[in-house]
Design a binder for this molecule. Structure first.
Ligand SMILES: C[S@@+](CC[C@H](N)C(=O)[O-])C[C@H]1O[C@@H](n2cnc3c(N)ncnc32)[C@H](O)[C@@H]1O
Length: 258
């Protein structure tokens, strides 16, 4: 494909991720390259992905799947269904175009999160659930199946709400009351993410605020074991272990700017 042909192919689709496909030719994503880079570093930097298998649930155009591959993952499966099948978004065609252009060997799995399970879809060392939790009207049953599929760590990035409450809570958004988007349902607080993930079987759950949006969005590493080999030594500075009362206090103090 020539450069003008590639530009025309890119222009045929709406894009969520800004991805440089060739020097000077990037997809015009609603999420900028700077935001993707900051999120990727915060989410993936503390983990040693080399040789690991990664499942990216809700991958859309695939920026984080490609990033996991670049960071040394042996196998990456990008999974989605809503935007991939949507007649306007045509997400499956976008990730195929990006994969072809970047020459990165990621696999594609067209499956609804509500149907993902270990028996059919196997286990992965790392599971990414980025920007997806709040889109699930019934998030807990699929989260339990995802827990069974995660051999080492589940990585979550999500919209948050009710962070000022010192009890586990999440806010329900009927209709299109969150960001005028009828596919948004829930805003959990950090304690809810911590307690829920511990209850469903993760041994160690670490939380951090979003590197750019503060506590409006949050990030979680939920590990299957207490001392996970995949965690880089010293990689979790700035993260909170909310099982420890002093870290809960530190999180609450950070919210008040003290
Ligand atoms: C906000 S985008 C997040 C994209 C990317 N993970 C990121 O963080 O930049 C949400 C993605 O989750 C997908 N998604 C939402 N609900 C889903 C479901 N029930 N099954 C599969 N994918 C779903 C959408 O299709 C969309 O691609």
């Amino acid at each position: 494909m020539t450069d003008p042909e590639l530009r025309a192919a890119i222009a045929a689709f709406p894009w969520f991720h800004t991805i440089e496909l060739r020097p000077g030719i990037a997809t015009p994503g609603a999420k900028s390259a700077a935001v993707i880079a900051a999120e990727a570093e915060a989410l993936l930097g503390p983990l040693d992905l080399s040789g690991r298998s990664v499942l990216d649930i809700g991958a859309w155009n695939g920026a984080f799947s490609f990033e996991a591959k670049r960071r040394g993952a042996a196998r990456v499966v990008a999974s989605d269904s809503y935007t991939w099948r949507h007649p306007d978004y045509r997400g499956r065609e976008t990730i195929e175009l990006a994969r072809r252009e970047l020459g990165l060997a990621i696999e594609l799995l067209d499956e609804d999160v509500m149907r993902l399970n270990r028996k059919e879809h196997g286990a992965h060392d790392v599971i990414l659930l980025l920007g997806v939790f709040y889109h699930l009207i019934n998030p807990i049953a699929p989260l339990m199946r995802i827990r069974a599929m995660a051999s080492e760590v589940l990585v979550i990035e999500t919209h948050l709400d009710a962070a000022e409450l010192d009890r586990p809570a999440m806010i329900f958004y009927p209709g299109a009351t969150l960001a005028n988007d009828p596919t948004n349902w829930w805003g959990p607080n950090p304690l809810l993410l911590h307690e829920l993930l511990r209850e469903i079987g993760f041994a160690r759950v670490l939380y951090r605020d979003h590197p750019l949006y503060g506590r409006r969005r949050g990030m979680v590493h939920a590990f299957r074991t207490e001392a996970p080999a995949i965690a880089r030594p010293g990689g979790h500075q700035g993260w909170y272990d909310l099982a420890r009362p002093e870290e809960r206090a530190r999180l609450a103090a950070a919210a008040k700017g003290t």
